[in-house]
Design a binder for this molecule. Structure first.
Ligand SMILES: Cc1cc2nc3c(=O)[nH]c(=O)nc-3n(C[C@H](O)[C@H](O)[C@H](O)COP(=O)(O)OP(=O)(O)OC[C@H]3O[C@@H](n4cnc5c(N)ncnc54)[C@H](O)[C@@H]3O)c2cc1C
Length: 362
């Protein structure tokens, strides 16, 4: 019975297309021309999904916006990514490439100086990055160098200088108007700016790719941070921030060993694994899996929460999920107030039943 209820949630949220998504408001500012610099992240020769969302946000600033994409790095994968960038969205007019071993790893200090250099040369009206660790690290530093205040965590664009952003752990939305000097610098939540399928297909027109002149950049004198190493999850799982299905475990799992049930279920569903802060603090999983106000913001088609109470800080990260399923043995747990499907029951009975009865989607 429980498995059937949850299978219904799984079917209705995953199987149909998600064409009913609300798109951010579109409006153009009649009096100012909009020229936007998007700070892009690339991986294995492609622009990553969050940066594609930043491009989608930039394209919604104005009907006649001109977008330049800034990529930095070194070696062949940078130039491969530049070719991908040149054809990944029809609104991109130019791809700027900063090729130097100083940019092999995305350290904030040289990147911030690069943004300052490019901005001073080209005078963009807007600078945008996705609100991930890359954008949150670089954009505020660049804003300080350019002496402007950034607007962070934008979830909708109502005019080219008017934005909506969450406050009070996502319990209220605030509309802000930027009245400062150019550039207007934004970080955007990628979950709020879905990438239209057609922009993922390669655009027929390739935009120009040009190298940034780095002779004025004194990168040797900068850098309080140093690259040490990058660790990636071993298993091939979808990226938590962009996954269509997320399976999350909370303190109710009790041990790291038990948490493996969540991983098994996620594997079966082709889902990303998430965790509450309590589960992370208890050492069940590393903190890059934390979902919530101080973790990742997710907006999957299906969010499944096991042994999660539903604290406001956790809910702040899952509000945009299309279907929320909660399993908790406490009928009064706050998670049930936001859940579309709820099971009051013991997760140690429910998960094994799901593992047995749910079909895999791989
Ligand atoms: C500034 C600040 C920022 C924070 N940021 C975040 C954040 O980003 N993300 C986040 O998650 N939290 C965050 N927190 C912490 C948050 O307030 C909660 O403490 C946390 O979310 C609780 O995690 P939990 O639901 O796993 O644990 P608990 O609140 O302890 O809930 C465990 C739940 O498991 C249920 N349970 C137990 N055993 C079983 C069982 N066998 N079967 C079924 N259900 C069972 C219980 O009924 C309970 O509801 C933040 C807190 C602060 C102050």
């Amino acid at each position: 019975m429980i498995a059937r209820t949850l299978f219904t949630a799984f079917k209705t949220s995953i199987l149909p297309s998600s064409s009913s998504q609300l798109l951010p408001l579109f409006s153009s500012s009649p009096c100012r021309s909009v020229t936007t610099l998007v700070l892009a992240e690339h991986d294995s020769g492609s622009i990553n999904a969050a940066s594609l969302s930043a491009i989608a946000a930039a394209a919604s600033l104005s009907k006649h916006t001109s977008i330049s994409l800034l990529l930095a790095g070194s070696g062949p994968s940078l130039h491969q990514a530049a070719q991908h960038a040149a054809s990944c969205h029809p609104s991109i007019s130019q791809v700027l490439v900063a090729d130097s071993d100083k940019f092999t790893y995305p350290l904030a200090e040289p990147w911030a100086q690069l943004v300052q250099l490019v901005q001073q040369k080209n005078g963009y009206s807007h600078v945008i990055a996705a609100s991930g660790s890359f954008g949150k690290n670089i954009l505020p530093r660049a804003a300080a160098l350019l002496d402007v205040s950034p607007v962070t965590d934008v979830v909708a664009i109502s005019e080219s200088r008017q934005f909506v952003r969450p406050i009070y752990a996502g319990n209220a939305l605030c509309t802000v108007r930027y009245t400062g000097a150019d550039p207007c610098m934004l970080t955007i939540r990628s979950t709020s700016f879905p990438v239209p399928a057609k922009s993922i297909e390669l655009a027929s027109n390739k935009s120009a790719v040009s190298e940034v002149d780095l002779s004025m950049l004194d990168v040797d004198s900068i850098g309080k941070s140093r690259y040490v190493k990058q660790t990636s999850p071993e298993a091939e799982r979808p990226d938590l921030a962009n996954a269509r299905v997320v399976v999350t475990g909370g303190r109710g799992l009790k041990t790291a060993e038990n948490f493996k049930m969540i991983e098994k279920l996620a594997e079966k569903l082709g889902a990303a694994v998430g965790a509450t802060r309590a589960a992370v603090d208890a050492g069940f999983v590393p903190n890059d899996l934390q979902v919530g106000q101080t973790g990742k913001i997710v907006a999957p088609d299906l969010y499944m929460a096991f042994g999660v109470s539903g604290a406001i800080q956790h809910l702040a990260g899952i509000r945009d999920s299309k279907v929320i399923v909660a399993v908790n043995k406490d009928a009064d747990a706050p998670i049930f107030k936001v859940a579309d499907y709820g099971v009051v029951g013991d997760l140690f009975e429910v998960i094994p039943e799901l593992l047995e009865k749910l079909p895999g989607i791989k």
